[in-house]
Design a protein around this ligand. Sequence first.
Ligand SMILES: [Zn+2]
Length: 308
Amino acid sequence: MSTSFGEWQLDDPTDDPQDDSFKLPSDHNPSSPSDSDSASTSSYGYRSPSIRKTMRETYCDIRHEFDVWHVNKSVKKKLVNAANKKENQDLQTWLKSISNHLYWSCSSSHGDGEECVRRWKSLLHHIVGIHRWEEDGEQHTCHHAPLTDDEQRRKRWMKVDSPAYKSLKSIVLDKNLLRDLKQMALFKHTGPLEVFHSSMLKYTQKRLHFSYDAMLARTQLAVMDHNANIGKEQAKTKEGQPRFACAYSKASRQWTARPVYERGEQPFRKNMMEDTLRMRDESSIEDWPPSSPSQEETSEEHCSCPPA
Ligand SMILES: [Zn+2]
């Protein structure tokens, strides 16, 4: 959607294949929560009825939000299934734009659930080339800059009476999706948590068995590693420009630009090694694991019988 907005930029499909690109802004960092204030009072990522109910009844003072990435994934799946039908081919070129529009609707509505839904639904007008419309007696317009006559002419707008548009409309207006969108206006994502899980796997591989002590120590290491590396800056080129890597997706058959981050560092490892060497020379160090009391001591400790 030839739209320029806070989080993403992309272009509508046109006859020019160069126009299909999109890019992330330089300050986009999936490791950084987007809103630390509300993150502390929000829970996100789960849409199961039982969790909804628990949140509503037991934690009614916490604002329950859903993760945009997961919702987007399920919407995208429906769209791809629809677009794969022969009669819906027109939808194919719009998939990426629709997905980005969902992110934009959530990231730009500043916590207002109704506004988030309104922005999401506006795509049904834009996609047929209408950028000003009336709804519930109010005038609405798209948020992008006005299109030139040439741009308006070149875009491959959908047709209102086409099967592709009808399929899209049923997905966009799905009542469950509209309900969930109201709980996505704070633009929460579970990225940092997933980064931590990935860090955990590095220290506690699932295919190996660890003792309790080893598991505890490795989990602590994973936490220290994560804390040392959270909020990394995007890497820069020699010229000071933010670095991106291009990746091709076979599923969507499109190239995407992903930000490249600075290499992770583990300064805590050096500190730990120094501490270990220092403690080795100190006499106050206790054995680890602590030696367990002998069988004899244990039985004496727990025996209440008087000696024979
Ligand atoms: Zn528009």
